[in-house]
Write a protein that binds this ligand. Structure first.
Ligand code: GLV
Length: 317
């Protein structure tokens, strides 16, 4: 049986599946392993089932034992892994696409609603008590008739578009290429971000973090938005230059933000905590039981498929 290091504790059903499928090293205390601990624990292992909390950069990948042939990431995103370094060392990297699209799109919609309808301020007021209702109390941005820009129209973006359309939003999107009509959800395609941002009353970031998308929201590009736009991010923190967004929020160029992901998670930029209109969540995108089980099962199946066939359909490098 293949020996696999599983870096984080999985839901019980998934750990049972892992025990049936291979000889796993489980993390029963769900300790956050340091990079040196990952290297130490992976000695003699054939593969690693990693999670987004481990940064597997070139330095650590180069130090992994030669016996490690696969890193199966328990996430659809793989920005935590240096794909090139893995490839050079002959390590296949896989991810868990599709199974988390619905759950993540739900959080994407929550971010849009929460930011537009001032949920963060509303929750604070409700808890404090004694708020005074008035005709203009906590007036928010109504979604009906509002333009939603979607940056990255993959499976999650398409699902957000479908739900947002049913809420009366008008969909615009930017993607590497224009989608076929059946996938566009009636959305209007923009072949560049300036054009998309300039019509986005609300933006939903759904694209992967890559060298091209890193800091795509920055000092220059926040100026492309209509005044008072809302920016939401269900993808990865690396896509936003935090200082630029916090500055735009402070001067009300950007009215509100809805964020589930951050650079240097869980240590988000403290500037966000001072912004009343920042509706912030602790990376809950895929956090439902069904989804987490489906993701872990797929991460296990990816390893199994790789060792049985020498290939894996979810190979990303
Ligand atoms: C979650 O953020 C994932 O990439 O799976």
């Amino acid at each position: 049986m293949k020996k696999i290091l599983i870096t984080r504790k999985l839901i019980k059903e998934s750990e049972e599946k892992a025990i049936k499928t291979f000889d796993p090293i489980l993390n029963t205390n769900d300790e956050l392993y340091s990079q040196s601990k990952v290297i130490e624990m992976s000695q003699g292992c054939d593969g690693i089932l990693s999670s987004l909390t481990e940064k597997l950069d070139k330095e650590i990948i180069d130090k992994l034992p030669d016996s490690v042939k696969i890193i199966s990431n328990f996430a659809v995103g793989f920005g935590n892994i240096d794909l090139e370094a893995a490839k050079k060392k002959g390590i296949v990297v896989t991810n868990t696409p599709e199974v988390l699209s619905d759950a993540t799109a739900e959080i994407g919609i929550l971010l849009i609603l929460g930011a537009c309808r001032r949920a963060a301020e509303g929750i604070d007021s409700a808890k404090e008590g004694g708020w005074k209702w008035s005709a203009d109390y906590l007036i928010g941005k109504q979604l009906t008739g509002t333009r939603l820009g979607i940056l990255g129209m993959g499976r999650i973006g398409q699902k957000i578009a479908r739900i947002a359309k049913s809420l009366g939003m008008i969909i615009h999107y930017h993607n590497r290429s224009k989608l076929s009509e059946d996938k566009e959800q009636g959305g209007i395609y923009h072949d560049n971000i300036k054009s998309l941002f300039s019509v986005s009353d609300v933006l939903s970031i759904c694209c992967p973090a890559t060298k091209e998308t890193e800091n795509m929201i920055n000092k220059e590009t926040v100026e492309y938005f209509p005044k008072g736009a809302v920016i939401t991010n269900v993808a990865r923190g690396d896509i936003i230059d935090d200082e630029a967004l916090i500055d735009a929020l402070s001067r009300r160029k950007i009215y509100a933000a809805g964020l589930d992901v951050y650079k240097n998670e869980p240590n988000l930029n403290p500037g966000y905590l001072k912004i009343k209109t920042a509706f912030i969540l602790p990376h809950l995108g895929s956090a439902t039981k069904d989804t987490r089980i489906a993701m872990a099962n797929l991460a296990i199946d990816n390893i199994d498929e790789f060792f049985k066939t020498g290939n894996c359909k979810n190979n990303v490098n």
